[in-house]
Design a binder for this molecule. Sequence first.
Ligand SMILES: Nc1ncnc2c1ncn2[C@@H]1O[C@H](COP(=O)(O)OP(=O)(O)OP(=O)(O)O)[C@@H](O)[C@H]1O
Ligand SMILES: [Mg+2]
Length: 454
Amino acid sequence: MGRVVVQFTCSECGATSGRWLGRCPGCSAFGTLVEELHGRESDRGGGLAAVPSRLGDVSAEATERLSTGVPELDRVLGGGLVPASLVLLGGEPGVGKSTILLTALGSVARDGRRALLVTGEESAAQVRLRAERLGGADDVRILAETELERVCATLERETPDVCVIDSVQTLHASELGSAPGTVAQVREAASRLLRVAKGSNVATILVGHVTKDGSVAGPRVLEHLVDCVLQFEGDRYNAHRILRATKNRFGSTNELGIFEMTATGLVGVPDPSTLFGRSEPGEIGAAVAVTLEGTRPLLLEIQALVSRTELAMPRRVGTGVDPKRLAMIVAVLGRHGGVSLGAADVFVNVAGGVRIDEPGADLAVALAIASASRGAPVREGLAAFGELGLTGRLRPGAQAERRLAECARLGVSLVVAPPAAVAIDRAATMLPAATLREALRLGIESLGEEADAA
Ligand SMILES: Nc1ncnc2c1ncn2[C@@H]1O[C@H](COP(=O)(O)OP(=O)(O)OP(=O)(O)O)[C@@H](O)[C@H]1O
Ligand SMILES: [Mg+2]
């Protein structure tokens, strides 16, 4: 016999409990448990054994990926949308989720495939206005609907090639008592859409809102369910937006897409190195890092400011760099680089709002900080890469060859890197440095002559 199950679910982390608690046992947040009525437990399959098949006998047609018509989006997806896959696109309000997906749907439709937009947030007329601004998406089908059953039934009947749900938080299954956007609703919507996507061969993209800390709102379960999770980053006040995959069952998660928001929509930035990888000659506190995001080498300007502080705990503030990594670099600079920063605030910023996760950028961050601290510019036309060890020794980052090729392409004349990378020298003149101290001496010519600005 099925019965209605009452359970309490945390709206922050999705932890469940049989009774109401003031504090979530999962994430320790207060007052986040909400009552949720789960559907009737369906009668179980009766314990009948199923017959597993041999993997070699499973037929698998090589599926061709669907191009979204947005090259930067295709790249992050790993070469296009996989048919019948479920993709989650998260991002802060106003970052441009609806814009990029409408552009993609428009070009899918122009390619003669069926594209459907289910909008729960905006009216069809609003979407039409946006489409006009983006240069037309007339052949895209649009459905303004928030009822989950109707959305699923429509998908099963229309079987579009690509469907966008904007957003998954607006969908509502009436048999669950809770309001749209709650954990149970979002989870139900995603799992139903997953079944429809696989069953009717619809590549489905869900738009998800993000919480304050940047993760997709709703339970983590959503991220486990979908094939691919994309994050759209960048602030509203900066025209550049970064798209990256945090999970991808069909490709690498390191790929990066860079866009610029313009009046006619999001335009891909095909060559970000020329945009972000230049520093002004003679500028103090700036260094160029040769980073590698996925398969793509990227030159990025790193800026640093070092200022004397009265604080007992000096600040280390990084925009685009991991705070732990920054603290480590500052410590290694003090211990092994002769750049003492114990009484100074350190601020570091990465150009273009890009976030660097990769350790290969350590050396350039160290150079920028040392330059700011000593008041001496980094040598003109110089770029650097290398991972900084706690002992002050440098390790070459992954794929030194790719990085050097990018430097050569952009006409960077000098590259400071660990000696292991020198073997594959190209047009760039390599300055091998085994330790941080050597790298600082090579990178900052007048080091030591100027007084410590800090
Ligand atoms: N005429 C315009 N010129 C330039 N940029 C514009 C113009 N109109 C809108 N934008 C940009 O588009 C952004 C909104 O894009 P979009 O609606 O796709 O965001 P979203 O991520 O879907 O937001 P939400 O979460 O609210 O649905 C604005 O923040 C603004 O930067
Ligand atoms: Mg939107």
